[in-house]
Design a protein around this ligand. Structure first.
Ligand SMILES: Cc1ncc(COP(=O)(O)O)c(C=O)c1O
Length: 379
């Protein structure tokens, strides 16, 4: 596999459109932090200053919001699914079966939230889903259906199950005619941003210059972008969207200016980001907001996992899964990949830059984790 990254720089004079009204009404008005902090075992996740790693990359500051232990489920995805199920039950009390399609983390989150409310859950997974991820969903008493195909196919099966059996679809991606639940999921993710207020974000400034955002269907990245666009319209940081090179639907869509399925092989260790087609609603937000699209080879994700697991000098040790480390992986690629030197200059990443990344998952596939943190890699 070639070690070079792909990139797409949107035109500098790109028109900025305002955020979709229906989306933003939900996004701005909901207070997910009030809900999440009412749940037993709630704790804000840590914001970690990786000063030694920052120095080695020749940037001023590197902050990492560590979601690896969120509600003891190892992923931020809990925030979106739990909020959507809570809101649904508020207006539709009673007994339901919730369903969704997943590469692992979102399904686990739907199963967790359904169980908390004593509801049923049916989770559709692509056929190559790691056994440990399936086991984690089953442990939460959800039914798992393995679909003979990829993530997009699993989504089609979940949609069909909603129609055929009356299940309630809690899908974290959107398409024409399906945008409300993904908007509520997006609003749920806002908790992680609200937790940084007064730690990093002040009233007038976000306190950072760049945010690196890993993207699967893009709902999470669009939520982060929407937060900063609403709160700091005049001092927004720059956004770098990071995808696996072999699963780069956002990059392809923005280059073509229409939602486009990835042309990659969809073979990547970054399982949580391995979605053939991005979310329509998320893409519209991303398309008008992101400053650089980066599609990286797997080795950068592995390198990022290793840099966090074997920390630099006094930096904190962090357990990050393949997709969890992907935002940092994008930063490593931008700092180290010689073919990106001009891009780095153009977006202004330098020794004065303050950067924020998110570790969006802990060790969700222990077998793969053990192998990857000791693998010899070239980047
Ligand atoms: C660990 C992890 N990080 C990031 C993402 C990306 O989120 P989204 O699919 O909303 O782009 C996912 C998606 O499942 C994930 O599992």
């Amino acid at each position: 596999m070639s070690q070079n990254s792909h990139y797409y720089l949107p035109p500098e004079n790109r028109p900025r459109i305002t955020l979709d009204k229906d989306f933003n009404k939900i996004f701005k008005n909901e207070d997910p932090l009030a809900y999440h902090s009412s749940i037993r075992n709630y704790e804000p996740t840590p914001l970690i200053n990786l000063s030694k790693l920052a120095k080695s990359l020749n940037i001023k500051d590197l902050y990492l919001k560590d979601e690896s232990a969120r509600f003891r489920q190892n992923t931020f995805k809990i925030l979106g699914a739990s909020f959507a199920i809570h809101k649904y039950l508020e207006s539709n009390p009673g007994r339901h079966t919730f369903c969704t399609a997943t590469d692992g983390n979102h399904g686990r989150s739907v199963a967790w939230a359904a169980r908390r409310h004593r509801q049923k859950a049916v989770i559709f997974v692509p056929k190559n889903t790691a056994k440990s991820r399936i086991k984690n969903i089953k442990k939460l008493r959800a039914k798992v259906i393995i679909v003979n195909g990829d993530y997009d196919r699993a989504v089609m099966r979940a949609r069909a199950a909603e129609r055929l059996y009356g299940y309630v679809l809690i899908q974290d991606t959107s398409w024409e005619g399906y945008a409300e639940i993904p908007s509520i999921i997006s609003a749920g993710y806002k908790t992680m941003l609200l937790e940084m207020e007064e730690l990093l974000h002040s009233k007038s400034s976000p306190g950072i210059d760049f945010v690196f955002l890993q993207s699967g269907v893009g709902t999470w990245a669009s939520s982060v972008v929407a937060y900063y666009r609403n709160k700091y319209p005049r001092s927004m940081p720059k956004f770098i969207l990071v995808e696996p090179k072999e699963s780069d639907s956002m990059l392809a869509s923005s280059r073509n200016q229409t939602l486009t399925r990835t042309g990659g092989t969809q073979e990547t260790v970054m399982a949580g980001l391995n979605c053939g087609t991005a979310s329509l609603q998320a893409w519209k937000i991303i398309n008008e907001s992101v400053d650089l699209f980066l599609a990286i080879p797997d080795d950068y994700a592995i390198k990022a996992m290793q840099n966090l697991y074997y920390p630099f000098k006094s930096d904190t040790q962090i357990f990050a899964g393949e997709s969890g480390a992907a935002g940092l992986a994008g930063l490593l690629a931008l700092c180290n990949d010689e073919s990106l030197e001009k891009v780095r200059e153009r977006i202004g990443l330098n020794e004065k830059s303050r950067v924020l990344v998110f570790n969006t998952e802990g060790v969700t596939d222990p077998e793969s984790f053990e192998e990857l943190i000791s693998r010899e890699i070239e980047v």
